[in-house]
Design a binder for this molecule. Structure first.
Ligand code: GLC
Length: 493
């Protein structure tokens, strides 16, 4: 039984009456392994808060807590046309965003497939491909004013150290990317060089993270938004802190102590030391076999890239121990990352008590004939993995709120898991209620609401470009002191 608190679990349980005892035992062991009860959640939140602080300190910690140089929320009056480029993890998207000045906008966009090989290819290939996509976009949308210099908000959603709003040195790839010669380098000159080579008249005005974009875009349409989170291929959050709470900026900035500063947490790296997260042997295997072992411990238990893989590893293990798919050829299940989170969604959403849709799915996808009790185990496993993801995500949101003393706010959330995974939102809200003790409240009254965001990587990037140009016009800083930017830039050439 999963401890979902006092309310009824949101997911239909189905009957386990016909499940034989050995499988019931396996289910019960999986429940123990994957359940994060309220007490454990609170322990995680406490540790998380300390780690957020540590990331802001001079010594630093494993959560990067990156100052983004986004220092104002929009007032809704922003106007103008900006380009946005979104390199998130799955696709590449180019947008032209027209800010209309009344908390409204218009967007024209094209999506370009990001070939799988590119994720582990060469740096030149990547930047050239991105420049080609931008060029193709301009050619189809601006065939007549090809030479007009355009301002770009570049959403590059990987941990980047920023000395100013327009640059970012990639700390390390996440989300399965492994492209040589990018880590340790500033990505802005690399993109601009590729644009120059191809004669594409675009300047990178702001380099942003999807979470920061999500927070700003959501705040544009809903000023109660104080945080942006992504639960998609990866998982991360941004919030507004103030300069005096960020000891690692001491001496590097000319900013008043109360100046707001958006922080890209990169919380996927929470608990890389493995102190508090209840990792299973499957999580450990995923980590060890990933291109970046010992990184992104939190993300690897939550994000869309990994949910299907966790399910696959459990199934294979149970099969190899002789508990499921007896006499079936499970060869197709052996391919790493062959299952993505959408399969888990389909399993959870099968409306039939005997799970015939799951039966068809396994037959067509993997050539495996399943029994009804096996399918019940598979569904319970999907529920457990999806619920754990939602509850751990809530722990992150709660940690930021507690650190900042926020008792009431809206959190703009985006990403495939948040938007598409069944019950993710309700399960997350229940976990928040357990952490904060909102026992006697209907969910509609919960003071902290994680809700669907505006398009952060498109509209958010454009807004941040607009806000940056405005600050620059007013002579306000958009980064560290100029001499420090110059000095650090030399180091990363
Ligand atoms: C990964 C990236 C982070 C991004 C998140 C969601 O965690 O490191 O920058 O925000 O995925 O896309």
């Amino acid at each position: 039984m999963v401890h979902l608190g006092p309310k009824k679990p949101p997911s239909r349980k189905g009957s386990m009456a016909d499940v034989p005892r050995d499988l019931l035992e396996q289910i019960s062991q999986l429940e123990t392994l994957f359940t994060v009860d309220a007490h454990k959640l609170c322990t995680i939140v406490d540790h998380f808060m300390k780690e957020l602080e540590k990331g802001l300190s001079k010594e630093g910690g494993s959560i990067p807590m990156i100052p983004t140089w986004v220092m104002t929320m929009p007032d809704g009056k922003e106007k103008g046309t900006y380009l946005a480029l979104d390199m998130g993890g799955t696709n590449l998207r180019v947008c032209e965003v027209e800010l209309l000045g009344n908390r409204d906008f218009d967007i024209t966009q094209s999506k370009y497939h990001m070939p799988e090989e590119m994720k582990t290819g060469s740096s030149e290939q990547l930047w050239d491909y991105i420049a080609d996509c931008l060029q193709a976009f301009l050619q189809s949308h601006h065939p007549n004013d090809a030479q007009k210099e355009l301002s770009l908000g570049f959403t590059f959603s990987y941990p980047c150290t920023q000395t100013a709003i327009h640059n970012g040195v990639l700390q390390r790839w996440t989300k399965g990317f492994d492209i040589d010669n990018v880590e340790g380098h500033d990505v802005q000159p690399m993109l601009e060089a590729a644009l120059k080579r191809k004669n594409v008249p675009i300047t990178v005005t702001a380099l942003i993270n999807d979470t920061t974009g999500t927070m700003v875009a959501s705040n544009y349409t809903d000023p109660e938004t104080q945080m942006g989170v992504i639960f998609g291929t990866g998982c991360n959050a941004a919030y507004f802190d103030v300069v005096k709470n960020i000891p690692k900026l001491e001496g590097l900035v000319d900013l008043a102590p109360e100046t707001p500063m958006a922080i890209n947490c990169e919380w996927g790296a929470f608990d890389n030391e493995h102190v508090v997260l209840p990792r299973t042997k499957y999580d450990i295997q995923i980590d060890e076999e990933s291109p970046r072992p010992n990184q992104q411990a939190f993300e690897k238990m939550i994000a869309g890239l990994y949910l299907g893989e966790i399910h696959r590893l459990v199934m294979l293990d149970l099969h190899e121990q002789g508990f499921i798919f007896e006499k079936q050829n499970a060869e197709k299940l052996k391919k790493p990352y062959s299952i993505d989170a959408s399969l888990l969604s389909q399993i959870e959403e099968d409306p039939f008590e005997n799970l015939t849709e799951v039966e068809d799915l396994f037959l067509s996808r993997f050539g495996i004939q399943t029994t009804e009790p096996e399918r019940k185990l598979l569904r319970r496993l999907a529920e457990l993995i999806g619920t754990r993801s939602a509850r751990l995500s809530a722990a992150g949101v709660a940690a930021i709120c507690k650190k900042m003393g926020i008792e009431k706010c809206h959190v703009g959330a985006d990403g495939s898991v948040f938007n598409k995974y069944p019950h993710f939102q309700e399960r997350g809200a229940e976990a928040l209620a357990e952490i904060f003790g909102w026992h006697d409240m209907p969910p509609t009254h919960y003071p902290i609401k994680v809700q669907p965001a505006e398009d952060g990587s498109g509209v958010g990037a454009a807004l941040i470009a607009a806000l940056t140009l405005k600050r620059m016009k007013e002579g306000l800083p958009v980064g560290m002191k100029p001499e420090i930017i110059e000095h650090l830039a030399q180091e990363h050439k």
